[in-house]
Write a protein that binds this ligand. Structure first.
Ligand SMILES: [Zn+2]
Length: 300
């Protein structure tokens, strides 16, 4: 039951955005662990692009404070559902923080607009878009137009992730490349999306975040680049090398799934040309085993 005080409580909202495979789910995992350590309740809305529920399994979430929205982007098709879901989470879970993990193809500004809509605008205290950037993708110059640039330009905060995968001397160039797209947002470097959660809500001395909330909302329909999601099954006992070859041949932007190889249960993660199998530190739901989702650019 909600107390009067919690009904008046205003809570911060974080949109976790970033291109396919940049490390969004890893960041959300850290934030949830941190919230738990500090006794704070975080509610999560996850908008996965491939509709399997892999992110939910990775977050080990199925409780009253987790909702997965699928079948479209929360930036357009599911924007009303997002507002309804956040209001429902407020009433059901009374969170101290809400996190929206957008799909890798969603546009964060159009997600953010929803926080300024009734009734959730009454209890959302402030909202920040953090855009996670894969330093390796940036260094290799892969897929930096279109969606990537739109996401970076909407950031309140940039998290340059996977710094362990690029040479230290490349950093000034990477920063300059981001600054061309987004000159102002604070930039934080990270490995495995490890960041001090206190940094995620930077001060707003000019009141920019506060002001934009009260400006009239002008929702324009937008166009997405075309991405295609495909799922394929992987027989139990498949040789790891054969599986990696098979995924590489599809040249995906992103691949992920839980499989059982001849060496045991693994998570398959692919980001551009980097396709890896790793051991699991938990048992994924049985219905997800042997299914891999691949995201590619649509032919247009
Ligand atoms: Zn959209």
């Amino acid at each position: 039951m909600l107390t009067r005080m919690s009904q008046q409580k205003r809570v911060p909202a974080l949109v976790v955005s970033g291109f396919l495979g940049s490390g969004k789910t890893t960041l959300v995992r850290h934030l949830l662990a941190d919230a738990q350590r500090r006794g704070r309740r975080a509610a999560v809305v996850s908008n996965e692009f491939g509709e399997l529920g892999i992110d939910g399994a990775l977050l080990n979430r199925a409780g009253e404070d987790y909702v997965e929205l699928s079948g479209g982007c929360v930036c357009c098709r599911l924007s009303d559902e997002l507002v309804e879901t956040l209001q429902m989470l407020r009433e059901r879970a009374d969170p101290d923080l809400v996190i929206i993990e957008t799909s890798g193809v969603a546009l964060p500004f159009d997600v953010q607009l929803n926080f300024w809509r009734e009734p959730i605008s009454e209890w959302i205290e402030t909202d920040v878009v953090v855009v996670v950037v894969d330093a390796e993708q940036l260094a290799e110059g892969r897929d930096l137009d279109g969606t990537f640039a739109q996401q970076v330009s909407s950031a309140d905060l940039l998290l340059l992730n996977k710094l362990d995968r690029v040479a230290a001397q490349a950093l000034p160039d990477l920063e300059a490349a981001l600054r061309k797209i987004e000159p102002d947002a604070p930039l934080i470097g990270a490995i495995h999306a490890q960041v001090d959660p206190a940094l995620l809500f930077p001060p707003d001395p000019g009141g920019v975040r506060e002001r934009r909330r009260s400006e009239p909302i002008d929702i324009q329909p937008h166009h997405h680049e075309e991405f295609i999601t495909e799922e394929f099954s992987v027989a139990e006992g498949t040789e790891p090398e054969a599986l990696l070859e098979r995924v590489r041949a599809l040249a995906p932007l992103r691949a992920k799934g839980f499989v059982v190889t001849s060496e045991g249960p693994r998570i398959l993660q692919g980001v551009g040309p980097r396709i890896e199998l790793s051991k699991l530190d938990f048992a994924p739901p049985a219905e997800l085993l042997g299914r891999v989702v691949v995201i590619r650019r649509g032919d247009s």
